[in-house]
Design a protein around this ligand. Structure first.
Ligand SMILES: Cc1ncc(COP(=O)(O)O)c(C=O)c1O
Length: 370
């Protein structure tokens, strides 16, 4: 069957062995994060010849399953890979919506430019999401804080060991039902300071969402977990220990006058869609928001003096999570007994309300998928 989405044709080969309604219900009763996948995947392939003739083709939905790759595929050797993360939310009337998917499509293309991958026309990105969610609607959970996490990604599939940008590429979307990222109730998390490792450097790929950045962050994340912390904070050690971001989230400070501060985009941090939405939502609430350099010294001194009233992390997976403690072997900022701050909770409620359809979407951020 062929369908039209955003003017792009997607061929549909639906699974003959989808999970039964009972199996799906058992998974949705406790989805966790990233553990289970839906019955289908959306795919668009790309190929060009040496002269650059060709492009995107064969948009389709297929049963979810392993990818067959030549052992010399460029992605396996040179890490030419990028990805995105966004969610589909079920509203109270059963309809399914996504949040700022156009921003994810734009960010994917920014990452593509940095990793010398081909840009994907927005209609393919949005079409793939729409077609996949249409095929797997029954997988969108409806519980509090739950959603269907969508993972678009692009890999260099060309079988060739020379070091150059691949001429064969595949764009795919998979989906995974998701509960609360950190599990349980909204408790402030402890964060570990990475002193030894950076995830990005000037001129590097920090502003792109590519697998290599995450591979580079894992050793620091392991160190964090070994010290009872949920995430790791990366600093710019060559720039007065300027705060950059966490392994998978951006950071905000709520000052005692009610204004917000977040690290300015420096080329080494990822521009989160949640970050840009928090900035807008906070301004809509009458708050002043400043993007500027903020150092570890300012964090320490601000918490001690009361100038910094609340700190929170934000990203698609965890939405908004209060930070209670920031520490390493020599530093302990905050308190183990911290509770979620009022401003953190208010911004979280507003953002989640827009995403889940209980607060008016005045910016046109939602798109109906099904
Ligand atoms: C390194 C990093 N920073 C920030 C974010 C937050 O981005 P977003 O709000 O678009 O999920 C993410 C999550 O994708 C991330 O991996």
């Amino acid at each position: 069957m062929t369908q039209t989405a955003h003017g792009v044709e997607f061929t549909q080969h639906l699974s003959e062995t989808p999970k039964s309604a009972e199996e799906r219900a058992a998974i949705l009763a406790n989805p966790g994060f990233g553990d289970y996948f839906t019955d289908h995947t959306a795919i668009v392939d790309y190929s060009v010849d040496a002269a650059g003739n060709g492009g995107w083709h064969d948009a389709r939905v297929e049963p979810y399953g392993p990818i067959s790759l030549d052992p010399s595929a460029a992605v396996l050797h040179y890490g030419q890979e990028i990805f995105e993360g966004l969610k589909a939310y079920r509203h109270a009337d059963g309809s399914i919506w996504t949040f700022r998917a156009e921003a994810n499509a734009a960010r994917l293309n920014k990452s593509a430019r940095r990793l010398a991958l081909p840009e994907l026309p927005e209609e393919y990105f949005l079409g793939a999401i729409r077609e996949l969610v249409a095929a797997d609607k029954g997988w969108v959970p409806s519980g509090d804080g739950e959603a269907l996490y969508l993972r678009p990604f692009m890999i260099a599939t060309e079988a060739f060991l020379g070091v150059r940008a691949a001429r064969e590429v595949s764009f795919r979307v998979i989906a995974s039902p998701a509960g609360n990222y950190f599990g349980g109730e909204l408790k402030p998390v402890s964060i570990w300071i990475s002193r030894e490792y950076a995830r990005a450097g000037r001129g590097g790929t920090g502003a792109a969402k590519c697998g290599g950045n995450y591979a580079a962050s894992l050793i620091a994340q392991q160190e964090a977990e070994a010290h009872g912390c949920k995430q790791v904070l990366f600093l710019d050690q060559f720039n007065d220990n300027a705060v950059e971001e966490l392994g998978g989230m951006n950071v905000f400070f709520v000052m005692k006058d009610g204004s917000l501060v977040t690290p300015a985009l420096s080329g080494t941090i990822l521009e989160g869609i949640t970050r840009m939405s928090v900035i807008q939502v906070a301004r809509d609430m009458g708050r002043e928001v400043t993007e500027r350099k903020i150092t570890l010294d300012e964090w320490r001194e601000g918490v001690a003096s009361g100038e910094i009233a609340e700190v929170f992390a934000c990203g698609t997976a965890a939405v908004i999570t209060p930070i209670g403690v920031l520490k390493d072997a020599t530093e302990f900022i905050g308190s183990e007994d911290a509770t979620a701050g009022e401003t953190t909770l208010a911004i979280r409620a507003q953002l989640l309300g827009i995403q889940t359809g209980t607060v008016e979407d005045t910016h046109g951020w939602l798109t109906r998928l099904a």
